[in-house]
Write a protein that binds this ligand. Sequence first.
Ligand code: TYM
Length: 336
Amino acid sequence: MKTILTGFRSNSVLTLGNYLGALLPMVRLANKHSKDSHINFFVPDLHSIISAADGDLRENTMRNLKYYLAAGLEINDNVHIYRQSYVPAHSELCWILNCVATMGEMSRMTQYKEKSEGKASCNVGIFDYPVLMAADILLYDAEYVPVGEDQFQHLELTRNIAIRFNNRFGEIFTVPVKTRDQVKFMEMDNALRIRDLLNPEKKMSKSTVAEGSKIMLDDAPEKAAKKIMSATTDSLGKIKFDMFNQPGISNLLQIEALVNDIPLQDVISTYAGETRYGDLKQKVAESVSTMLETFQARLAEISDEQVYALLEVGEKYANEVANKKLAEVQKVVGLR
Ligand code: TYM
């Protein structure tokens, strides 16, 4: 059985970008394959401490796990949720892979460059976390790792580390498929990237300070609707999907399609020839506020006990699989 694996950091409440661009499509993908694949949905909590968390990390981690369920992840014997720090093999393999990864390739990681730029000092975790991410993936022989575009470079790094390790020590790791094929597997023409509402050239990010630039999953539905109504568009006066010339309008069309689970092409056709941006905004604002209302109600129904029961099973499974792989690695590198 193949393994499909993904995770969401738990630094803060997720944005609508994380939800629509990643969590929701990934949950739909997982549900589609969970009869004949292992599905690992974990929370990279060790990864979350490379920067300060908003609020309490354990609470955030718990909330992320509930997000997976509220987004519709269907649990069966093949589907597991777990926390990274409860599976110590991740950190152990990270160290071993640190001795395979090179300074040169790590220094080229865009996220590291962005996160360290202009800072007098930067913690080693920010530099090294892509290796931890490689360990997260390789321990489980995951072939498919659905992630957003911003993580593609880390996925390529994971492939390179796995190939190098296998060349040096023998065929130990399954090399995840190329990002191009990951995108095909996700059934998307292009990896989705929900944009910042005020500055649609950029992706919507939880770390952007301006409130109006992002919708958080715990925003009151009316507040979210207002943010959509104030989204930056352009002065071209036509509703067209053109990320290059009309990123704001294209972002709204994309959001409308994803929230309602309808093909983007259908939304584009609905608005073809229309010129009134206000009407489009009104419709998207309604869609998003209705979606948030439903999602928040579902989230409130999931109890901590329910999540702990799933974690007990998931973490037992994850430790078994990960420890087995780690033992193979320790043996071939000469530690055992
Ligand atoms: P993180 O926590 O920053 O983001 C979680 C997922 O959300 C995607 N994403 C987006 N997708 C579309 N539009 C956006 N605006 C947007 N913002 C974020 C990200 O690409 C990601 O898929 N390093 C990872 C977490 C991680 C991981 C892993 C993922 C650690 N180990 C192993 C997969 C496999 C991260 O920081 O993602």
